[in-house]
Write a protein that binds this ligand. Structure first.
Ligand code: TYD
Length: 128
């Protein structure tokens, strides 16, 4: 909501995100040009929002890669299961907030790229 007093954005579960919200986490105090993530999830869906600064998110479905720049807190990037993501923090004071449809579970992560390629095998596509 644009307002001369400052802008306001809101996200409602099942409405602005296509899933019931279970978890919110945020990454901050990241040195400029540091890269995080470099993993995929087997079942987790999430929405990434850049609350401050700028992020580059590279999505990879095992065949194609797509690059997104997030620098507007009113916009989010939906990341579906089976998609590899690399996240570059492009500026100091960048804050990345993620809304997720599952609780934290290490066994849902695929952290090895070769394992990801076997898992993906054309099953999932980047939809954005
Ligand atoms: P991780 O998702 O691996 O972050 P990144 O891929 O950006 O390096 O999370 C780092 C650690 O934080 C992980 O080992 C466990 C912990 N963690 C939680 O306990 N709960 C959470 O919801 C998340 C996202 C991470």
């Amino acid at each position: 909501m644009k307002d001369p007093r400052g802008d306001l954005s809101f996200i409602e579960s099942n409405k602005h995100i296509p899933f019931p919200l279970k978890r919110v986490y945020y990454i901050y105090n990241v040195p400029k040009n540091e890269r995080r993530a470099s993993h995929a999830h087997k079942e987790l869906s999430q929405l990434a929002v850049c609350l401050s600064g700028a992020l580059e998110i590279i999505l990879d479905d095992g065949f194609n890669k797509k690059d997104f720049i997030l620098n507007d807190p009113s916009k989010g990037l939906l990341i579906l299961p089976g998609i590899w993501r690399d996240i570059n923090f492009l500026e100091n004071s960048t804050i990345c907030m993620c809304l997720a449809d599952r609780y934290y579970s290490e066994i849902d992560y695929i952290r090895d790229y070769e394992e990801f390629l076997k898992f993906a095998n054309g099953k999932n596509e980047i939809i954005n």
